[in-house]
Ligand binder design. Structure first.
Ligand SMILES: Cc1cc2nc3c(=O)[nH]c(=O)nc-3n(C[C@H](O)[C@H](O)[C@H](O)COP(=O)(O)OP(=O)(O)OC[C@H]3O[C@@H](n4cnc5c(N)ncnc54)[C@H](O)[C@@H]3O)c2cc1C
Length: 412
């Protein structure tokens, strides 16, 4: 007999990672409850650029980063900023992050990320209506030279069969007439899709989850504990909910939350912001990445969204608008947007682990699972991350090698 109140898995956090995990678990026949203090997809997963990009298989900590380090640390790149006190506090994370900047390590991590992102693209196509996806690829625009054939980026694209085309200024104009610039060059990464609206996508996935019988509870989660062989969460209203398994998918909040259980996740925050504009006079049909200025400009439903690069800082540190202002100045030399939409800049934090791979799998505590640390590629990798954690919780053979993502690599 089935106990109607019995919950197999509680998923904590309804960002893109938790929501896809909840859907995959529910599809597998588990009884799942998804909990978040906000509506699904309202935090980091709302404000991103929405690019589902196989060009992003090359993690940020690659050999090129070491060469750029002096200019990054001396504030010469719009795409990177940091709070000095945070960098000092997170020095050991930073050294571990930089220790991965060699070619062999980068190429093996690219293979792992490629599996996650490629499988996710298939799952997105199965789960979303075609009009929610832009399948036009994305343009990486260079103001000087394209990366050389023996750069790590090009080697990774070739090794992983990512389809791309190199464009000169004339070809860029033909493809995307909104982009100005006689000297520009670009890589058109064709194996890339983009979401027309990141949060609407997650709300659609959450509706699908509920349609299959999953339960969503909107509440602050106060505490997680293990009692009588079950996991129990205390919600803000005082209610307790118990389940056999629990999956922590709290994005950048996972670190502090798990600390309470004596689980130390080596996570740092790569903060970023967005600003939105009305559509420009000439249509933009695919996202562009201005590689020199470090921002991404995405044409969403009836608006353009610019997301700026990285600021290493704590979650709640005050933020100046300078990085975004500089990105917008650079953007105006490439394209002409419409009027700025009158709302404050959005701020979010990419949760990043030292090897730039997410941690997806079991922890050392029984039936406590995590899926977090999806840095710059959470949207692009969420469906396959959900499928992987569902396979692991169900004890099934996963469709991809789980080892690169194992939380055990950090002794978690
Ligand atoms: C500027 C920017 C641009 C980006 N662009 C892209 C891109 O183009 N493509 C891409 O693939 N990725 C991109 N990313 C990365 C991507 O957005 C993240 O990797 C992804 O959103 C992380 O999802 P998540 O579900 O782990 O976290 P979140 O979306 O933050 O979800 C965590 C959830 O936990 C909830 N929560 C936390 N604590 C509690 C609590 N105590 N009680 C209840 N609920 C709680 C929060 O409300 C939240 O909904 C970008 C990120 C930024 C910042």
């Amino acid at each position: 007999m089935v106990d109607s109140d019995h919950i197999d898995v509680m998923v904590l956090g309804a960002g893109v990672i938790g929501t896809f995990a909840a859907l995959e678990l529910q599809k597998s026949g588990k009884t799942v409850t998804l909990i978040d203090r906000q509506l699904p997809g309202s935090a980091t997963s709302m404000g991103n650029a929405g690019v589902l990009n196989r060009g992003s298989i090359i993690p940020f900590n690659n050999p090129a980063l070491l060469k750029q380090l002096p200019s990054l640390l001396t504030g010469q790149k719009t795409g990177f900023d940091y709070k000095l006190s945070y960098v000092f506090d997170e020095m050991s994370w930073g050294l571990r992050f930089l220790s991965h900047c060699n070619a062999a390590d980068t190429l093996s991590r690219a293979i792992a990320l490629n599996e996650l992102i490629t499988r996710s693209a298939e799952l997105y196509k199965q789960s979303l209506l075609p009009e929610m996806l832009n399948e036009g690829g994305w343009l990486k625009v260079y103001r000087e030279e394209l990366p050389s054939e023996n750069s790590i980026e090009m080697i990774a694209l070739h090794e992983n069969d990512v389809r791309y085309e190199a464009l000169d200024a004339h070809a860029i104009q033909e493809l995307e007439p909104s982009i100005k610039g006689e000297q520009l060059k670009a890589l058109w990464i064709k194996d890339t899709m983009a979401l027309k609206d990141p949060q609407q996508t997650i709300l659609a996935i959450a509706r699908n989850f509920e349609h299959l019988g999953g339960e969503f509870i909107r509440s602050e989660i106060r505490e997680l504990s293990r009692e009588n062989g079950k996991w129990s969460v205390k919600l803000a209203a005082g209610e307790n909910i118990t389940s056999d398994h629990v999956l922590v998918a709290l994005g950048p909040w996972s670190k502090d939350f798990l600390e309470e259980l004596n689980i130390h996740v080596p996570m740092a925050y790569e903060r970023g912001a967005h600003r939105e504009f009305e559509e420009g006079p000439v249509q933009l049909t695919r996202p562009i990445h201005d590689t020199d200025a470090g921002y991404v400009l995405s044409p969403l439903d009836k608006r353009w969204r610019i997301t700026c690069g990285v600021e290493l800082a704590s979650l709640d540190a005050p933020r100046s608008s300078k990085q975004m202002d500089d990105a917008c100045t650079a953007m105006q030399t490439l394209v002409t947007p419409g009027t700025k939409i009158d709302k404050p800049d959005w701020l979010g934090s990419r949760p990043t682990l030292p090897d730039s791979l997410p941690a997806i799998g079991a922890t050392r505590q029984q039936n406590l699972w995590i899926s977090t640390g999806h840095q710059h590629i959470g949207m692009a990798s969420a469906p396959a991350s959900g499928e992987l954690i569902s396979d692991l919780i169900n004890g099934r053979e996963p469709k991809m090698d789980p080892a690169p993502f194992s939380p055990a690599r950090f002794n978690i």
